[in-house]
Design a protein around this ligand. Structure first.
Ligand SMILES: Cc1cc2nc3c(=O)[nH]c(=O)nc-3n(C[C@H](O)[C@H](O)[C@H](O)COP(=O)(O)O)c2cc1C
Length: 341
């Protein structure tokens, strides 16, 4: 595991780890979203959206891989099934400074299946092992795999145990387990995150069967009480939709899960911290069409649960105000929240 020494007010450095992480989410966890999340938690491990090997081998590498220094620790998630292309892409990821390369073996979308990667790769554990080996040979950072507990109608635990066992032979020691099956035909990706039942016990059993591996659980987890429960059995917890829709859930993570003595930032601190970032991004990329909304859209959930949260979202969703491109809109939204509360 990558160890990064982060500044703390304590004498002992905090070990950056995947104890808590935010899931890779297409169209959501882009670099702006990750900076925003980083202002809420300094230590939570962040993942990119999935980037396909095709996009890196044939496309605009800079567009897909550039990120901001303050995002560390940040992992690049790759989608692909060709060992040579994955090796090339992983190497690029390391060159661009990512802290981990993760292979997507959990996405059920039909588009992804046509490319023969994502969750359908769980039916081909030896191919996944070959992919992992090729990537590990190409980079020195960790190579990890994110997968489901089964595909289609497989009910038996043996399926995921054998998958993990085979992939581990290629040297992967970290498995992120989205604890439900992927149904490859008939369910949309959204339904595939809701309909198949959660099987947390399968992830716990993986940890018992492979105690030396880092096993991280994902799927339907929302509260610190739930996280605490999972951490009694496992090495880490990954949050997806809750981290996006209610990002301030992460505010206490640094103290609670990483032993960081610093007080968490307030919501207002987070807003203020984003303003110079937005100003710099608009100045840098504005002429290439970067809109204020591409950053602020990730921030709509910051006030979730507070009275006035709706007024906050309304200001930040007002297309006329957004078109002015003034990040001071964040302060206006916070003022409206206080008035409405
Ligand atoms: C909008 C959206 C996009 C997603 N994109 C990806 C992706 O690119 N790669 C991936 O492995 N999983 C993707 N997922 C699945 C999440 O990483 C996660 O496994 C899933 O949402 C379950 O976790 P949760 O219940 O905490 O949200 C996506 C989920 C959402 C909601």
């Amino acid at each position: 595991m990558t160890i990064i020494n982060l500044p703390t007010t304590d004498t002992a450095p905090v070990k950056a780890s995947r104890r808590l992480s935010v899931a890779p989410m297409m169209d959501w966890t882009d670099r702006h979203c990750r900076v925003f999340h980083r202002h809420i938690s300094q230590h939570t491990w962040l993942y990119t959206e999935m980037v396909t090997t095709g996009a890196l081998v044939y496309g605009d590498v800079e567009r897909h891989l550039r990120f901001n220094e303050e995002e560390h620790p940040v992992a690049l998630q790759l989608g692909g099934s060709d060992p040579a292309d994955l090796a090339t892409s992983a190497r690029l990821g390391q060159q661009w400074g990512y802290d981990e390369i993760n292979l997507n073996c959990g996405c059920p979308s039909e588009r992804v299946q046509k490319g023969a990667f994502g969750a359908c790769l769980m039916a081909e554990p030896q191919l996944v092992a070959d992919c992992v080996k090729a990537m590990r040979d190409a980079v020195s950072i960790d190579v990890t795999v994110k997968h489901r507990v089964g595909i289609d109608q497989t009910e038996s635990y043996d399926f995921v145990r054998d998958f993990v066992g085979t992939v581990a032979e290629a040297g992967c020691k970290t498995f992120i387990v989205h604890a439900r099956n992927a149904i490859l035909k008939g369910l949309s990706p959204k339904e595939n995150r809701e309909v198949p039942p959660l099987k947390y016990e399968f992830a716990y059993q993986l940890k018992r069967d492979f105690p030396d591996f880092e096993i991280i659980i994902n799927g339907g987890i929302k509260t610190e009480a739930e996280i605490d429960q999972h951490l009694q059995h496992l090495d880490g917890v990954m949050l997806g939709r809750e981290a996006y829709h209610n990002p301030f859930v992460m505010a206490g993570f640094d103290q609670r899960y990483y032993g960081d003595a610093r007080a968490p930032k307030s919501r207002e601190d987070v807003l203020e911290a984003m303003i110079p970032y937005i100003q710099a991004q608009l100045a840098q990329h504005g002429e290439r069409g970067l809109k204020l909304n591409s950053i602020t859209r990730h921030m709509l959930g910051l006030m979730t649960g507070l009275p006035g949260a709706r007024a906050f979202r309304q200001v930040l969703s007002d297309s006329k105000k957004l078109a002015l491109g003034d990040p001071g809109l964040l302060r206006e939204a916070a003022t409206r929240l206080r008035i409405a509360a």
